[in-house]
Design a protein around this ligand. Structure first.
Ligand code: HAM
Length: 424
């Protein structure tokens, strides 16, 4: 028996209606906000992620699927999409004609994490990026887009956490303060945080370890190290969120796991998810374009939602959707009637009637059973009489009634029932 790789999942036909519902909502809301879709390759040169996500992050240090291809180039399966989108914008010169870009994307990502509830090694994200504006209005527009999706999906009891990590100057000053503070407690910190203290002190702030939490409680607050620009950006963002009646929880310890952020950061959390409680997150990243060697700074902001985590929430809320059944099953009692079957199926499908028939040479009784299993509305029966008299017998499965009509008349009834269905 060969099983799927740990941390990967088959999405089975019974789960598909919920995926479609989520995908349709994402498409609709993106469109409402004037965002256009972009699709980038699933793998990139490793450098794309090294430059953007940060060399001291968990993603780069421990989680990337990186390999040498047959030409000897280092390739990585994308662990996130913001970096790929920025790479694509620069490469395709998309900013030449537009000073602002509103882009969305959807697809699978790969992170070698320890699998658990809501944490996979292949998972899906929807994300949106608003590129070209340094203004808080852009951050708020991005949060409004995320929130509209979350609400249209019907997610209940979620929380929006908000923070700012300021600009680079403010953050550098704060980092120094943090190092001095945590060094005093270095021996009491968890092993992971001791390592973070050396490599990435800000990340200590979102540790979930009990020992760390006690020390973090009294650590310096980032807001006290903000310069004028950082403070103004953050205050204006909060003001505009309030203007839009968006409730948020100010969370000074929210720092996020990717290094490219500046100013605004945010996360959506749900208690249903347990330890992996964040089903979406994002923020501003004003320095990423220059990290990629772009000639000028391009201010940008965006977010991504984790689709599997959203599905866990919807399932826990008992959200179910019917799996569409074919409308017609054609049953026949002699192999030589197959040409009539093909011809009828062809005609119905051309008229957008979902139709299926037996391809295993089953008995008529077994065919009726199969039709029942598929939940079709009508079974068309071709027996000797129907073929000899150019008639058609239609069984209405719900009413359990069957009637024989002249062929054309029967087909018309089926075509009309489709439009009646659509009117409902
Ligand atoms: P992220 O916080 O790394 O941000 O991922 C966003 C969301 O993806 C998470 O909130 C979570 O729902 C989902 N996710 C992450 N890892 C896993 C996993 N192993 N299994 C299942 N779901 C997962 C980013 O990726 C940024 N690119 C977001 C962004 C866009 N920032 C600015 N623009």
């Amino acid at each position: 028996m060969i099983n799927a790789v740990r941390g990967t999942k088959d999405i089975l036909p019974s789960e598909i209606p919920l995926w479609y519902f989520v995908e349709k909502t994402l498409h609709n809301v993106s469109n409402l906000f004037g965002f256009k879709e972009i699709r980038t390759p699933i793998f990139e040169r490793t450098e794309v992620f090294l430059r953007s996500i940060g060399s001291e992050t968990d993603i780069v240090n421990k989680e990337m699927y990186t390999f040498l291809d047959r030409g000897g180039d280092s390739i990585t399966l994308r662990p996130e999409m913001t970096a790929s989108v920025v790479r694509a914008i620069i490469q395709n010169n998309l900013l030449a004609e537009n000073s602002i870009l509103r882009l969305w994307y959807y697809g699978p990502l790969f992170r070698y994490e320890r699998p658990q509830k809501g944490r996979l090694r292949q998972f899906h994200q929807y994300g949106a990026e608003l590129i070209g504006s340094p203004e808080p209005e852009a951050d708020v527009e991005i949060i409004l887009l995320a929130k509209e999706i979350v609400e249209r999906l019907g997610i209940l009891n979620y929380k929006l956490l908000l923070n700012s990590i300021g600009n680079r100057t403010s953050r550098q000053r704060y980092k120094q303060e943090l190092i001095s503070y945590f060094e005093k407690y270095a021996n009491s910190l968890s092993n992971d945080s001791q390592e973070r203290l050396r490599k990435n002190p800000l990340r200590i702030l979102d540790s979930k370890d009990e020992r760390d939490l006690e020390i973090i409680k009294n650590c310096p607050k980032i807001y006290d190290y903000f310069d004028k620009e950082s403070l103004e950006h953050y205050n204006k963002t909060k003001e505009l969120l309030a203007l839009n009646h968006i409730e948020f929880q100010e969370t000074p310890h929210l720092v996020r796991g990717l290094d490219y952020y500046t100013h605004t950061v945010f996360e959506f959390q749900s208690p249903i998810l347990g330890a992996q409680d964040s089903f979406g997150g994002g923020g501003r990243y004003n320095e990423l374009f220059t990290e990629f060697g772009f000639k000028k700074e391009v201010a940008a902001t965006g977010f991504a939602l984790g689709i599997e985590r959203i599905l866990l929430i919807l399932e826990s809320q008992q959200k179910t959707l019917p799996n569409g059944s074919p409308l017609v099953y054609i049953a026949f009692n002699k192999p030589e009637f197959i040409s009539k079957v093909f011809e009828t199926a062809y005609f119905l499908r051309k008229h957008d009637i979902p139709t299926l028939f037996d391809v295993q040479k089953k008995s008529l009784k077994a065919q009726m059973k199969e039709a029942n299993k598929y939940g079709v509305k009508f079974v068309i029966i071709f027996g000797d009489d129907e073929i000899n008299n150019n008639t058609i017998t239609i069984k209405d499965m719900k009413k359990s009634e069957q009637t024989t009509y002249p062929f054309e008349k029967g087909i018309e009834i089926i075509l009309n029932s489709k439009s009646a269905n659509e009117d409902n």
